[in-house]
Design a protein around this ligand. Structure first.
Ligand SMILES: Cc1cc2nc3c(=O)[nH]c(=O)nc-3n(C[C@H](O)[C@H](O)[C@H](O)COP(=O)(O)OP(=O)(O)OC[C@H]3O[C@@H](n4cnc5c(N)ncnc54)[C@H](O)[C@@H]3O)c2cc1C
Ligand code: SF4
Length: 327
């Protein structure tokens, strides 16, 4: 049993100040990821800052969109009437994740910062540059079935496991964070990072920064949405590949398209070139197939995840068909 200190601040600035810079400190929200990692000895914090008493649970309309507090539960977001009305793809993605019990504990901030599910990261007897920088990557020549096909490096080929974040990437959300120097806003696309030479950093947060919430900008209402998650079991399993699709279709012609993939990279993977290829085109299976081929350019598989090179485009096509209501 590792000893740790435990504090429960009631306001944001004291939470940030509680984060002792040099000590091994962690915020804790729902604890559904952090506690597992602590039990397995993957992380051993000396101090936990419990943020559950902070007033960060709001889900509300703002002048430019919808704000979701970092402590809003995954289940509350998925059931919220504003989200269901304006951004139903986010509700679909949330409901595709974990289990009802976990979604009742898991928070939005914790979901964004959940760690990879790479088995070598969890196994403290194996090399892993993310867990222990410089120790090597067990997955590179090991069992890499769940791993990345985009944006990986020689240091790490892990994927980000979140479903929610794939939808938020497609919705052009932004993240507000608070540090000792004050607040700043990070576009969602820049929040998670690629591994490069420093896979120990999952994201662009500075040490001790607290996520306050996310903002999703207003967008034209559409029912042409889909979140398709392909996984080994129909529940309680992380994505092999997932796709969030948000289309605006007028008289059968695509006016705008927003697409992002999960299970394929160290961060939610936005498909800008594929989106561009669809704009102004009829919503047909042939055009969806063409977009899926564009999306897969630059993909690189490893020994055990070659199947993702086929599963990826197939999932994109199926998600687009579902979103467009095309048989
Ligand atoms: C069995 C199982 C199955 C799962 N399946 C899925 C799935 O299919 N899809 C999916 O997307 N997820 C899945 N999850 C992951 C789940 O969604 C996450 O565990 C959960 O979202 C984490 O939220 P939390 O509030 O419990 O975070 P915590 O465990 O409390 O924290 C996670 C991390 O976030 C940090 N943190 C939390 N809040 C903040 C904040 N406001 N500011 C700064 N740092 C913060 C903590 O310091 C910690 O590092 C699964 C989890 C389990 C256990
Ligand atoms: S893929 Fe990343 S998380 Fe997995 S073993 Fe390699 S360095 Fe660690």
């Amino acid at each position: 049993m590792n000893q740790f200190q435990y504090v429960r601040p009631t306001e944001q600035t004291s939470a940030v100040k509680s984060f002792v810079k040099d000590a091994n400190t962690q915020f804790i929200a729902g604890g559904t990821n952090l506690i597992d990692l602590m039990k397995m000895g993957v992380i051993t914090p000396e101090r936990l800052v419990d943020i559950n008493r902070l007033p960060l649970k709001d889900i509300k309309k703002t002048a430019t969109g919808i704000h979701i507090g970092a402590l809003a539960l995954n289940s509350q977001v998925a059931e919220n009437s504003l989200i269901l009305q304006h951004h139903p793809v986010l509700a679909l993605a949330l409901n595709a994740g974990a289990s009802p019990q976990l979604r009742n504990m898991a928070t939005v901030g914790g979901n964004m910062l959940q760690r990879t599910r790479c088995g070598y990261f969890f196994d403290t007897s194996m090399p892993c540059n993310k867990r222990q920088p410089g120790s090597g990557c067990g997955a590179l020549e090991g069992i890499n079935r769940m791993h990345a096909i985009f944006g990986a490096s020689e240091s790490c080929i892990a994927v980000h496991p979140s479903d929610m974040c794939v939808a938020l990437a497609a919705l052009d959300a932004s993240v507000t964070v608070l540090g000792l120097k004050g607040e700043r806003r990070i576009p969602f696309a820049d929040f998670h990072r690629l591994p490069g030479d420093h896979p120990e950093h999952d994201n662009t947060l500075q040490k001790g920064e607290l996520i306050l919430g996310i903002d999703i900008p207003d967008a034209p209402a559409t029912k042409n949405i889909a979140y398709l998650k392909v996984r080994d079991r129909t529940s309680y399993a992380f994505a092999l590949v997932s796709v969030a699709a948000v289309l605006n279709i007028d008289n059968g012609v695509i006016k705008s398209a927003r697409l992002a993939m999960g299970g394929v990279a160290h961060k939610p993977w936005r498909l800008h070139d594929a989106e561009k290829s669809l704009i102004g085109k009829p919503a047909t299976v042939d055009n969806f197939k063409q977009a899926s081929q564009i999306a897969m350019q630059g993909a690189k598989a490893y020994k055990y995840n070659q199947f993702k090179l086929k599963l990826g485009p197939n999932t994109i096509v199926q998600a687009l068909k579902t979103a467009a209501g095309v048989a």
